[in-house]
Every structure is written in C-alpha cells, then in structure tokens.
Design a protein around this ligand. Structure first.
Ligand code: OOG
Ligand code: NI
Length: 463
C-alpha cells in the first residue's frame, strides 16, 4: 500500500453505498423497506436502552444503519475467479461453501465479506455469490447451448479489469482510481432489460429451471436483492403490509428469542419486470422476467461448531414435524414447532457462554480498568473485572438461503436434483480455497481475551 492509497474498507463502503443508491432507483420497494427498517431500528433502540448501550460499547451500533448484503448468480468459472479478484480490492474474501443442490437449486455458493474485526466494524458489506451448475442440467443440448451463450458474454468492463490489475500490481488504489473502480464495478451489477437470447431460448432455459434462465439470458449478474439489517425482524415482518409490501410466509432461521442467535431472514416476492428478447430476425419481442426481490435480516451471535450442531439438530427436528408451506397455510404450526424445538437452546448469554455454544468478545469492566491481576478469564468474569458481548454472525445459513431462493423462484419451481456438494470443484473455479468461518470468529474472540489479560497485567506492573 502506497501513502496515497485509500483503504480497502473505504472502497468497500463506497461500493456498498453506490450499490444501495442504484438498487433504490431500480427497485423502489427496496427504498420503502429501508425506511421501515430505519424506523423499527430507532424504536427498538429507544425501547431497549440496554441493547443500545452494549452496541455502542462494542462499536457495533454505527455500522448497523449502513449494513447490508446483496446477492448475485454467476455463470462461469472465469466469472467467479475474476469476481474474487474484484472483491479482494474491496477487502472482501470468500467465506464458507453453501451447497444449494439439496434444496433443488442448481447452484453452489460462497459469501464474499471482510474478515477482520476492525474491517467488519467499519463496514461489513457482504455479497452472497452463487455459481450456476450446468452439470446438474439433464438436457445435454440445452447444457451446451447455455455454456456457449455464457462463454460469449463479458460481465466486467475493461476499466474494471484494468483497475483490478492495477490494484493487484501496486497493492491498492488512490482516491481517484478507487472512485473510478466503484463506478466501473457497479456496471457488472446493473439490471439489463434487453436479454442476450431470443424468446425461444429463454423459455427453454426457463423450463429447465427459472434460475438457469435468470443467469444465462442476460448480459450480466444483476444484483437480485439488497438486504438491510434490522434489530427486530418480527416487527418489520408485521409492519410490511402497512407499507404495501407482501412478506414471504415465514421467517427463516431460528425462532424469536431474547438472545438472538445466527441469522433470521424474510423477503418479499420477486417483481415481474418487463424485458425484451432479440429474435433471429432482429426484432425485439416484449416479455417479462421475475428475479429481483427484497429481503431483511436480523443478526445474532455467531455460534461455535458445538452451538451450530445444536442449531442444525433443532432446526431439522422442527422441520420434521412441520415443513413450512409456501402459501403460508401452516405458518403458525411451523412457528410453534420451531419454538418448541428450540426450547432446548439456552436463551441467556451466560449460559450460552458457559456451554461453549457461542463466540464472545471480552472487555474490562469499569472495575477491571483499575484492577491489577491475572488469572483465567472465567475467574476474572466472576470477580466482575471482565464482561462479555456476543460476536455478530457475519455469514449465511444454507437452509435459510434455500428458503429465500424458493420464495422468489415461485412455488412451482420446486425441483429435485441429486444432492451433490462439490466444494473442490467450486474452489478450483474460484481459484482459491474458501475460508472457514469458525476460525475467524475464534480468532476475534481470542484476540479480545489476550487484550484483557495484557491490560490487567500492565496495570499490575504499574502498581
Ligand atoms: C441468494 C439467496 C440466498 C440469503 O440471504 O440467504 C441469500 C439468491 O437468491 O441469489 O441471499
Ligand atoms: Ni440474501
């Protein structure tokens, strides 16, 4: 990094803001949802001063109003590999592997996001990034045709490629280049209403799977949703109809709890949008396509592998009792089954910590700041010298993601593929390994423990 370089976090923040402005213009309902979320977040902070105080103390409060994730679906390995290089310029790296084939969606995915504590607090912008799996398409002719169409398109502008290469060569970008980079990369995410294919091909792709048509038929991987973060998803879900937005039937993820865990998400249905297809005779034919939707999420504590295993078990258990129907007819039963199943998951921070189910950051209490001592972290907590706060979950959940995909693909889109996770293939296409989410939470937790112990021993030496 040279002295005139801007930080990757600054580029990421600028990009996230530019993307939000663009999507707000393209999909006005997203703007409405942002207003609703801002209102509910303000009201929640007023109603829960304790929550506000802890969010402020842990530097989590400022990022919330700017916090969002988006999603794109790519068509080829080359697109994915280049996307990884573009995101790296913004300090975003692939974390986790999500296999959606089990849920009848022919993609596998990762999430690009910042990984360090300081970077996350500055701006945690993430992009859920899927790669189409043509290997799951049974019709060989169609598979070939789709691959040929995809091979021809260029989803990055020349400027985006040149500036990415420059950033790689020089270890960063200066202010002017960073601004140009944001503008150029935004083009990749833009909506194009003129399809790449004729109407006949669009319908063949669509009949194979709606998602295949969405990926193959257009010039680029338009951003398909942007998701603001709320502090009370039940309240947003309840108020959505007042704002003329129809939410999906059930909230994905864990049930309502006093100590939120992982991630809860809900969305509104994809819009039917006018598009045109260029037919063989060069004439444009009007049609429509549904892809873009809105989503909101509430984030809770990141769970350890032990906590995550418990979560997976309890979710599975409740879905064996009631599987949520897309039309919402059994939403109440599903919520009841979920709540009953999750009664087994402790709902207070001390118990979650004591049982090793979640990750926390540790800091000195007011009393701890004047103390001089050493010892183990549990003892220091018992003595009232050290306090702990939940670390926010920054990743995604495969069952929830499948529910979100399904809700905006339409109810008729349910399809069976043979489950075939292929992380190795994904990583080969990506050009690197995906990072393990647990390692990064553990690292942030350990650094906070070390900082407490170091501070206490310094105070010790100062006496
Ligand atoms: C991605 C759906 C998954 C989430 O938040 O879990 C997702 C997509 O529809 O492309 O965004
Ligand atoms: Ni999403």
């Amino acid at each position: 990094m040279k002295p005139d370089h801007v930080s990757t976090s600054d580029i990421r923040s600028a990009f996230s803001a530019a993307m939000s402005a663009m999507y707000r213009e393209e999909v006005p309902a997203y703007g409405t949802l942002m207003e609703l979320v801002a209102r509910v977040n303000d009201e929640t902070l007023v109603a829960q001063p304790g929550l506000k105080e802890r969010l402020e103390a842990t530097d989590y409060l400022d990022r919330i109003s700017e916090e969002r994730h988006g999603a794109i679906r790519l068509g080829t390995a080359a697109e994915l590999a280049m996307m990884a290089r573009v995101f790296a310029v913004m300090g975003m790296y692939p974390v986790g592997y999500y296999d959606l084939s089990t849920a009848g969606v022919p993609v596998h995915s990762t999430a690009f996001r910042p990984i360090g504590d300081a970077e996350l607090k500055r701006n945690p912008f993430r992009v859920f990034t899927s790669l189409l799996r043509l290997d799951l398409v049974a019709d060989e002719d169609l598979r070939k045709a789709a691959a040929e169409i995809l091979a021809k398109r260029r989803i990055f502008t020349d400027g985006a490629v040149a500036l990415t290469e420059k950033a790689e060569r020089e270890g960063g970008l200066n202010k002017g280049d960073a601004q140009r980079f944001v503008g150029e990369v935004l083009e990749t995410f833009r909506w194009h209403d003129e399809a790449n294919v004729d109407a006949g091909m669009y319908h063949r792709l669509h009949d194979a799977h709606r998602l295949i048509a969405d990926v193959v038929s257009f010039k680029g991987p338009h951003i398909n949703h942007l998701t603001p973060r709320t502090l009370d998803i039940d309240q947003v879900q309840a108020l959505m109809p007042d704002y003329d937005i129809a939410p999906k039937a059930v909230v994905e993820g864990p049930p309502t709890r006093s100590c939120p865990i992982l991630l809860r998400q809900t969305s509104f249905k994809a819009l039917e949008e006018p598009v045109s297809f260029r037919n063989a005779d060069g004439v444009w034919e009007e049609g429509s396509h549904t892809a873009r939707f809105g989503e909101i999420e509430q984030r809770g504590i990141a769970l350890t592998p032990k906590g995550r295993a418990l979560y997976d078990k309890l979710l599975d258990q409740s879905r064996k009792i009631v599987r949520p129907a897309a039309d919402g007819s059994n939403a109440r039963d599903y919520e009841a089954a979920l709540a009953e199943s999750f009664a087994e998951f402790p709902d207070d921070w001390a118990a979650i910590r004591a049982e090793g189910l979640g990750y926390f950051t540790y800091s000195l209490t007011a009393k701890g700041k004047t103390a001089a001592t050493g010892g183990d972290i549990d003892e220091l907590i018992n003595q009232g010298l050290v306090q702990f706060d939940p670390i926010v979950y920054e990743d995604f959940l495969p069952v929830s993601a499948a529910g979100i995909f399904q809700s905006n693909l339409g109810d008729g889109a349910q399809q069976d593929f043979v489950a075939s996770p292929n992380q190795q293939r994904f990583e080969a296409d990506l050009g690197m390994k995906v990072l393990n989410e647990f390692d990064h939470y553990a690292c942030i937790e350990q650094a906070s423990i070390d900082a407490c112990l170091r501070a206490l021993s310094k105070q010790d030496a100062a006496e």
